[in-house]
Write a protein that binds this ligand. Structure first.
Ligand code: 4AD
Ligand code: MG
Length: 451
């Protein structure tokens, strides 16, 4: 029997004997009556097990340590004293796996820093227990959103021969000890992907609407709370869609995900609201019911100039790459909610973005949200072969590895757009958890690779 099922159908099981397995969160003994808080993994909340000295095996049960795996056989009591919703009056408690006394999760509250050092047990600490289920729920939300709308899910490769963002932040994949890649496993320089976008574009020019959703890797040596070296990204790509269509989909998707998570993980969201971020449910509910603002990069620069002096970096000029403090100022102070910044200077954006008629900007859209900053990066793609080729040449890119990508423009190319949603950042945004290391099961960041 699962605790979740028991709680959902409590009337049906009231007065019956059930058998449960799970892990002990606490075991409190007193003279007449003892309590075990049991969690079996099926839902966020614990189930209270009551036992008394009369129970067979009492002596052994009273010594059960926090963290132990046990099996309980007992009587379901739907409303034992009119208050408590449900408890089990134990007839038998058997130890399946006793936790040693150095089990690291004791009753006191532990710091996130401490818990990051023990990724093998931290899923059992409340915050992680909640967020890792929400990770699963949010994955389903993403798939449901796109599948319901007829998008085809494409598995783009993790090992690639090209740098999709052209930013030089790739990890090399090799089996040799030198850099003689022609003698290497793939007989060329192989890398872990930084984005599935280039590989998904051919499928958009086949199925029209597609998405890829998987891990991406960046050897970006920035030690922030929002950057991980391995993170998951959702990258939809839409044929016959321009930048504005792209933003419509982003907005619809974010709102859908918020509503889905609120509906499918209510206990977890309630926990975040109590313990992590006092108004997180309110905050995201408001977002789900509001229209996202749209603002050009040029307008954003004007706003930042007005606030010059209040930043750490006060060198504000058209053409600058916005830093996190600037992005956060725009969405937290100017807009007070999510905002799309569009039409960035071409020199600070990736080679594949479509150049605007002004010759200076590209059809890019970044979605900035309070707390997190950049949550989504997207653009309309450069569909004109000659313009793309010229740009890649000017940027000194290695065209030999990307001729296939350029050729798509010659083989039935069309206006198309897409974006990348940082999955881990979306979890931060939903929960209010402030560090990306605390929403990933096994975070990888510079100088940090535990297990
Ligand atoms: O803006 P980015 O680099 O865009 C792309 O990779 C495009 N190829 C997407 C596309 O158009 N198909 O990354 C997209 C998002 C960012 O907005 C951010 O949320 C997340 O991915 N992201 C990271 N998340 C965690 N750690 C990092 N190091 C991240 N870098 C980007
Ligand atoms: Mg970006």
């Amino acid at each position: 029997m699962l605790v979740k099922k028991l709680k959902e159908q409590v009337e049906q099981y009231d007065g019956q004997i059930v058998t449960l397995q799970g892990w002990v969160r606490t075991n409190r003994n007193s003279k007449n009556v003892s309590f075990i808080e049991l969690n079996d993994g099926s839902c966020f909340s614990n189930l209270q097990i009551v036992y008394t000295p009369e129970m067979e095996g009492y002596a052994e049960a009273s010594k059960i340590t926090t963290g132990s795996a046990i099996e309980v056989e007992g009587l379901v009591k739907a409303t034992p004293n009119g208050k408590q919703p449900l408890e089990i009056e134990a007839k038998r408690v058997s130890v399946l796996g006793m936790a040693d006394h150095d089990y690291p999760l004791q009753k006191k509250r532990h710091s996130f820093e401490f818990l990051r050092e023990i990724p093998h047990v931290r899923p059992r600490a409340n915050t992680y227990y909640a967020i890792f289920r929400v990770r699963s729920v949010l994955s389903m939300a993403i798939h449901t959103f796109f599948q319901d709308r007829g998008y085809v899910y494409v598995h783009t490769p993790e090992i690639t021969g090209n740098d999709a963002e052209g930013a030089g932040e790739c990890f090399t994949v090799t089996t040799i000890k030198n850099q003689d890649y022609e003698k290497d496993f793939f007989a060329k320089h192989a890398q872990l992907t930084v984005s599935g976008q280039l590989h998904v574009e051919p499928f958009a020019l086949t199925y029209r609407n597609v998405y890829t959703f998987g891990p991406t890797f960046r050897a970006e040596n920035s030690n922030t709370t929002r950057h991980a070296s391995e993170f998951w990204m959702i990258e939809p790509e839409l044929a016959f869609a321009d930048l504005s269509d792209n933003m419509d989909v982003i907005e619809e998707m974010i709102k859908y995900c918020i509503n889905y998570v609120l509906e499918h993980a209510p206990e977890e969201m309630d926990f975040f609201q109590r313990v992590i971020d006092k108004n997180c449910i309110d905050r995201i509910t408001r977002v789900a019911n509001s229209d996202f603002k749209r603002m050009t990069y040029t307008e954003a620069i004007a706003e930042l100039e007005k606030a010059k002096g209040s930043f750490e970096n006060n060198e504000i000029y058209w053409g600058m790459d916005l830093q996190s403090e600037h992005e956060r100022y725009i969405c937290e102070k100017v807009v007070q909610g999510p905002v799309f910044l569009t039409d960035y200077p071409k020199d600070i954006k990736a080679f594949y973005m479509r150049e605007n008629a002004d010759g200076k900007t590209v059809a890019a859209c970044d979605l900035l949200v309070p707390y997190v900053g950049e949550l989504v990066g997207g653009s309309q793609r450069e569909e004109r072969y000659d313009v793309l080729k010229d740009k890649m040449e000017k940027m000194g890119m290695d065209e030999s590895t990307l001729q296939w990508y350029m050729d798509l423009r010659r083989f039935g190319g069309c206006v198309h757009s897409g974006f990348g949603l940082g999955f881990d950042r979306m979890l931060m945004y939903l929960s209010g958890i402030q560090n990306i290391r605390d929403v990933q099961p096994y975070p990888r960041t510079p100088r940090n690779l535990i297990f």
